[in-house]
Design a binder for this molecule. Structure first.
Ligand SMILES: [Zn+2]
Length: 482
């Protein structure tokens, strides 16, 4: 009996050695193939040149959906399908900002934020609302009512530890204070203008909101601080149509646990001021190449890998919210063991995770092993943090553990976020190659793990969101689940 037990233990032990060795051989083989691939970059360069932006509901958005579907199919993935959802697709028309000082008028360049009114013309005195946080609005008090609020997008001269709010959350606060319109001041110099949604839930907001260059914002502030009375007339025309958009989904079926899904996603849609090469061509086209490469390998992952390209992220996480609702209705959510979100990721140096006990250690171990593949290119960092405003959010709020690459793309890229300069010249092919290499390595690690830790319990998630100070922003956005 003892002999038998000993033999069985030896057998399990040998099996584990073989598994670990096989895993390391597979990891090396995948990395050798991924290291020399610039296919994701080439597809992105083609798309930016021939399709342009990928705004949900636009002709270009539809072309991008069709392109992604064909690329998954051409790569030979087992299963490729679309998940259609309905959304109100906002598109910009014209915008005009005229500042008056009682003596004359000044026309300033601006761009409308998304989900602003379809037609309006509002004139109101300009009031400096600083960073537009709750404390700023408290400071200006009743003066906010009926005013054009001048608000920084970023944080300027804020007390240490102050947390910024998303522009949509600042808009919600301004609306509550009775503002007539909002002028957001970008903090990137050189006349860079930023767009993005001003709505917390994707619905149109009742007042106009636009973005001005930092230079013009500073000029207005200086004049206000000298006691000048300035008014802003903000006129805009936009359109919004009910459209059907499509998330594009592809799958590699797991060999051992096909019912357990590791979902890796990123948004394919982009804003229309440029071609969205970094936000989020970087992530979405890396996923296309990742799927192609994993499919081409002679071995398959043990768990099912589901690749999802979301549409509608920029207008308010529309595609990911719709997919999570669909999963919740069809009892599919339990099968999704974790969600890896690639949004503006490039050259990852590690992975961050938000999950209950067990996930942090699992990701840290995986990062250690991945770092052995190439210590120069991947530092094996891991961190535990949760954040909002990208496609992982709807998954997280249902308790699904979320993972994201840790990237630092540099100021030249972040300065062009949602702006007219977000173009292919900002994208380094190597940054995408390394996305594919290291996210791929993580997928094989997660697929091969003996067991994966579970989802958040409701109480555990609530506690974690509160620890991360996310109750306030989620309540403003109407997304606090309790
Ligand atoms: Zn993005």
């Amino acid at each position: 009996m003892l002999m038998l037990r000993w033999a069985a233990a030896l057998c399990i032990c040998q099996q584990q050695v073989v598994d670990v060795e096989a895993q390391s051989v597979r990891a090396k083989a995948f990395d050798a193939a991924a290291s020399v691939s610039e296919q994701g970059y080439e597809w992105l360069a083609w798309s930016t040149a021939h399709i342009g932006h990928r705004l949900t509901g636009s002709e270009q958005g539809r072309k991008a959906e069709a392109m992604a579907d064909s690329l998954f199919r051409a790569s030979g993935l087992d299963t490729v399908y679309t998940h259609p959802f309905e959304a109100d697709a906002w598109a910009r028309g014209s915008v005009k900002l005229t500042v008056g000082d009682g003596k004359g008028f000044l026309h300033l360049t601006c761009v409308a934020l998304a989900n602003t009114p379809l037609a309006c013309s509002v004139e109101a005195p300009i009031v400096d609302a600083g960073n537009g946080l709750a404390e700023d609005l408290l400071r200006i008090g009743p003066a906010a009512k009926g005013a054009t609020l001048l608000v920084n997008l970023g944080l300027v001269a804020a007390a240490e530890g102050t947390k910024n709010l998303h522009r949509s959350e600042k808009t919600a606060l301004a609306l509550k204070a009775g503002a007539a319109s909002i002028l957001f001041v970008n903090q990137v110099s050189g006349g860079v203008l930023l767009t993005g949604t001003a709505s917390i839930d994707g619905a149109l907001i009742p007042i106009p909101a636009a973005c001005l260059a930092t230079e013009d914002g500073t000029m207005l502030r200086e004049r206000l601080s000298k006691g000048e009375n300035l008014t802003a007339r903000l006129e805009m025309r936009n359109t919004s149509e009910r459209v059907t958009a499509r998330n594009i989904v592809a799958e590699l079926r797991g060999t051992k646990h096909p019912g357990e899904v590791i979902l890796v996603g990123g948004h394919l849609d982009s804003w229309d001021l440029a071609t969205g090469a970094t936000d989020n061509g970087l992530g979405s086209f890396s996923i296309l190449d990742l799927a192609r490469l994993m499919q081409s390998m002679p071995f398959k992952p043990e768990r099912t890998i589901r690749f999802v390209l979301f549409m509608g992220e920029e207008q308010g996480l529309l595609g990911s919210r719709a997919l999570v609702d669909h999963y919740a209705r069809n009892s599919e959510l339990d099968r999704v063991r974790c969600m890896i979100n690639l949004d503006m990721s490039g050259n990852p140096q590690g992975f961050g995770v938000g999950g209950p006990v067990g996930w942090k250690a699992l990701i840290a171990d995986a990062c250690d092993r991945i770092a052995r593949i190439d210590t120069a290119a991947f530092k094996g960092r891991s961190s535990e943090q949760i954040w909002l405003h990208s496609d992982h959010q709807p998954f997280l709020l249902k308790g699904v553990p979320v993972i994201y690459p840790l990237s630092d793309l540099g100021k030249h890229v972040y300065g062009c976020y949602h702006s007219s300069c977000d173009d292919i010249h900002l994208v380094e092919p190597r940054a995408m190659t390394n996305n594919v290499r290291f996210v791929g390595a993580l997928l094989y690690e997660l697929a091969a793990a003996t067991t994966l830790p579970g989802h958040f319990t409701e109480a555990g998630l609530r506690e974690r969101l509160m620890e991360a100070d996310l109750e306030g922003p989620l309540r403003i956005g109407g997304d606090w689940p309790w």
